[in-house]
Design a protein around this ligand. Structure first.
Ligand code: ATP
Length: 269
């Protein structure tokens, strides 16, 4: 049931708008927005609080309907959660079921795929190895640190062998060291599983470090302000990449864009 990878599986956001509320309470939070996330590309999305990043991501995930325009994954219009698409949220403590073992949490994510038992078991084990948690299948989330729980959330996204992974500020709740580890983990698994990634973050350094491209959004109403290519060599390295003059240039450019009037809370430090 998993969608096989194909070069045609680009994610297209085409003239999408979103209005919340009706009548006099209606508010357009995202205006005419078009973005293409190429197959196997890593696209970072940054912008001020409230500019509609999560709204855009939820529409990409098929969890929210656009008020106008359309979203396509390959040739298919996204009108519900597509097969082969996973979402990782910031709040792992609310996205994992605490009363279920790690194995059951992962298996739940693949329930709709109706995999044979042996294959499901093998995928769960493989996903846990990929996130550096082999042998943890029988633990409960509450027995784990925050960083470990977010690894489980990532493993859960991997169990469906996704072609696309959408991540909404996935590391905002963990400490700096864990955050760096998880960044590198995501870069590694995205390469291993050949996944297309759209990654929302408030952290400009993180956006540059992770991305092949950065989409900078503006608020009032939300829209795409700029798109920048990141040509930093891969594999990225937490020390070497950040010492690259190109990194510093891009970081400043994105920072300037998001700090324009109507701008942003950022975590550039
Ligand atoms: N279900 C909803 N009903 C009404 N308004 C909403 C709803 N969800 C979000 N909004 C509003 O839409 C705007 C965009 O919200 P969204 O969460 O997409 O922005 P964001 O850029 O992800 O913000 P942040 O960076 O703070 O997470 C905000 O003003 C928010 O209050």
């Amino acid at each position: 049931m998993t969608v096989p990878w194909s070069g045609a599986m680009d994610l297209h956001v085409e003239g999408v708008r979103k209005t919340y509320g009706r009548g006099s309470a209606a508010r357009e939070v995202l205006t005419e927005t078009s973005v293409t996330v190429r197959s196997q590309q890593f696209v970072s999305i940054v912008g001020p609080s409230g500019c509609g990043k999560s709204t855009l991501l939820m529409m990409m995930a098929g969890l929210l309907r656009p008020s106008g325009g359309q979203i396509r994954l390959g040739e298919r219009v996204v009108d519900g959660p597509p097969v082969g698409l996973s979402v990782v949220f910031q709040d792992y403590s609310r996205s994992l079921f605490p009363w279920m073992t790690v194995r059951r949490n992962l298996a739940m994510a693949a329930a709709a795929y109706k995999l044979p038992k042996a294959e499901l078991r093998q995928r769960v084990e493989h996903a846990l190895v990929s996130v550096g948690l082999p042998g943890s299948a029988d633990m409960y989330p509450w027995q784990m640190s925050g960083g470990m729980q977010q690894r489980v959330a990532i493993a859960r996204a991997l169990v469906v062998e996704p072609t696309v992974m959408l991540m909404d500020e996935p590391f905002a709740a963990v400490d700096a060291q864990t955050r760096a580890d998880l960044e590198d983990l995501v870069l590694r698994v995205r390469h291993e599983y050949k996944i297309t990634v759209a990654f929302v973050t408030h952290d400009i350094d993180e956006a540059v470090y992770m991305g092949d491209r950065i989409i900078v959004m503006a608020a009032g109403p939300g829209r795409v302000l700029a798109e920048l290519n990141v040509d930093l060599p891969r594999p990225r390295d937490q020390v070497e990449t950040k010492l690259d003059p190109q990194f510093a240039e891009l970081r400043s450019e994105v920072f300037r864009l998001v700090m324009r009037p109507g701008g942003v809370k950022s975590t550039v430090g």
